[in-house]
Design a protein around this ligand. Structure first.
Ligand code: PMT
Length: 402
C-alpha cells in the first residue's frame, strides 16, 4: 500500500463523456486503500447514474446542495474538510471556468471553494474546447494558484475529433493524486535513474544478459516523480510498463546506456544507478546466427571490457549527487565501501543479493545505505517500493545539505 492508504479522496465528476471512466478511478483509488466520496454535477448525472458511484464507493453521492442524500452535517463543508485530496475527473470547461473565477453555484464548485486539500484537475473535452484560449487561460490560472492540472491524453475523442482532450488512464490519475499528497521532497530537481540489465549481442539472436527485472529502478523512478522531480529513466528492462509521469529512454547495451546517460548528465541534479550493467561484451558480434556445425568444437567467446558508466560519471562530477548500487553476494559492506570511494559517490546502496527474497527479480529487498561522511544505515527487510521511498528520502536530505 502506498501514500493513498487510509486517505479520503473527494472525487468531483463533471458532465463530460469521460464521466463513465471515473467509475474505474473509484475502483483504482479504493485498491490503493483510499476512501472515495463522489460529488457529481447535475450534468454528470445525465451521463452516469449516481447509484453506480454509490455502489462502487460505498458512500453517499452528493449531487445537489439541497438534497438529503449524504450523512454529513452541512455536507459541502464536511466533504471539503474530510478530503485529504480533492480530484475533479473529468473536469469540463465549465467547472474549470467556475473554479478559476471563484464561482460557487452548485455542490461541486461550492465544496471545492471550501477545501484546503490539494486539488487535482483532470480536464477532458473536445480538442477545440481544450485549446480555446479562455480554457487555457483558466487552466493556467489554476496552475498558478497551486492546483495540480493533469495534461489530457491525445487521440481519437468520442466526438470523432483526433487531438488532445482524452481523460488519461486511471494509473495516471491515481499517480497525480499521490503526487498531490506527497511532500514534494524533490520538487524542482532533475533526476536520472537507470534500471534493468543490459544485453550484449553475440549474434542477431543471442546475447549476454543478467537477471535484473528493473523493479528496483522503476520503484525509485516512480517515487522520485511522486516527490515532484522531473525524472528520466534509462531502462534496459523489457517487461515493465512505463511509470506514470516519467520519461523513459529504452536502451539495450551498456554502451547505449552510457550514451543516454552522458547526453543528460550536465543538466541532471541527481543520478541513481540501479541498473545491472554487463561488465563485458563479446569482442565481435557475428553478422549472422552462429551455426552449430557437426563434429565441430564449441566456439570460444572472446570478451572485452565495457565502460564502467558510474566510474566515468564520478570522474566528471560537478554539481550532481551520485548514487550507486553494489550487488554483492559476500563481504557486503567491505566491498561496497571500496566502490563508494573508487567511483566518487555520495551514497551507495549495498544490495545483499545472496538471499532468495532480495536482489534480482524479487518484489522485496535487503539493503544497507553507505554515505561518504556518515555511518552505514542497515534497512530492515522491505518491499522494493519501501526501499525506494527510503532512498529518495536520503537523497533529498543530501540535496538539502548542499
Ligand atoms: O532489477 P531488479 O530485478 O529489481 O534487481 C535490482 C538489482 C539487484 C539489479 C539492483 O538492486 C542492484 O543491485 N543494482 C546494481 C547491480 C550491479 O551491477 O552492481 P555492481 O556492483 O556490479 O555495480 C556497481 C554500480 O556500478 C552499479 O550502480 C552499476 O549500475 C554501476 N555499473 C556497473 C558496471 C558498469 N560497467 N557500469 C556501471 O555503471
Amino acid at each position: 500500500m502506498g501514500i493513498l492508504a487510509g486517505k479520503q479522496v473527494v472525487l468531483g465528476v463533471s458532465g463530460g463523456i469521460a464521466a463513465y471512466k471515473s467509475l474505474l478511478l473509484v475502483r483504482a483509488l479504493e485498491k490503493e486503500g483510499a476512501g472515495v466520496h463522489v460529488i457529481m454535477t447535475e450534468h454528470a448525472t445525465n451521463l452516469v447514474s449516481p447509484r453506480l458511484f454509490r455502489e462502487l464507493s460505498g458512500n453517499p453521492v452528493s449531487t445537489t446542495m439541497w438534497g438529503d442524500v449524504t450523512n454529513h452535517h452541512v455536507a459541502h463543508i464536511a466533504l471539503a474538510t474530510l478530503a485529504d485530496v480533492f480530484m475533479i475527473a473529468p473536469a469540463t470547461a465549465n467547472i474549470i471556468g467556475k473554479i478559476a473565477s471563484g464561482i460557487a453555484d452548485d455542490m461541486l464548485s461550492t465544496t471545492i471553494t471550501a477545501t484546503t486539500a490539494p486539488v487535482v484537475i483532470a480536464p477532458a473535452m473536445n480538442t477545440n474546447m481544450f485549446c480555446n484560449p479562455v480554457v487555457q487561460r483558466n487552466l493556467q490560472t489554476l496552475r498558478d494558484l497551486g492546483y495540480h492540472v493533469v495534461a489530457p491524453d491525445a487521440g481519437e475523442l468520442a466526438c470523432g475529433t483526433v487531438g488532445a482532450g482524452r481523460l488519461p488512464d486511471t494509473d495516471v490519475l491515481v499517480f497525480a493524486a499521490e503526487q498531490a499528497l506527497a511532500a514534494g521532497l524533490l520538487r524542482g530537481k532533475r533526476v536520472l535513474v537507470t534500471a534493468g540489465g543490459t544485453r550484449e549481442a553475440i549474434d542477431p539472436v543471442r546475447y549476454i544478459g543478467n537477471r535484473s527485472s528493473g523493479k528496483m529502478g522503476y520503484a525509485i523512478a516512480r517515487e522520485a516523480a511522486r516527490q515532484g522531480a522531473q525524472v528520466t529513466l534509462v531502462s534496459g528492462a523489457e517487461a515493465l510498463p512505463d511509470p506514470a509521469g516519467v520519461e523513459v529512454v529504452r536502451i539495450t547495451s551498456a554502451r547505449e546506456m552510457e550514451a543516454a546517460v552522458a547526453a543528460r548528465y550536465e543538466t541532471t541534479d541527481i543520478v541513481i544507478k540501479a541498473a545491472a550493467v554487463a561488465d563485458y561484451r563479446p569482442a565481435e558480434v557475428a553478422a549472422q546466427k552462429i551455426k552449430k556445425e557437426a563434429n565441430e568444437e564449441a566456439p570460444t567467446l572472446q570478451l572485452v571490457k565495457n565502460p564502467d558508466i558510474l566510474y566515468g560519471l564520478g570522474q566528471k562530477k560537478t554539481h550532481q549527487i551520485l548514487v550507486g548500487f553494489a550487488a554483492e553476494t559476500e563481504n557486503l559492506l567491505e566491498n561496497a565501501a571500496k566502490k563508494i570511494a573508487k567511483k566518487n559517490l555520495d551514497m551507495l546502496v549495498a544490495n545483499n543479493v545472496a538471499e532468495p527474497d532480495a536482489g534480482f527479480n524479487t518484489d522485496t529487498n535487503r539493503v544497507t545505505f553507505l554515505f561518504r561522511n556518515a555511518e552505514p544505515e542497515e534497512l530492515p527487510f522491505l518491499s522494493k517500493d519501501e526501499v525506494a521511498e527510503r532512498i529518495i528520502r536520503s537523497v533529498a536530505e543530501l540535496a538539502k545539505a548542499r
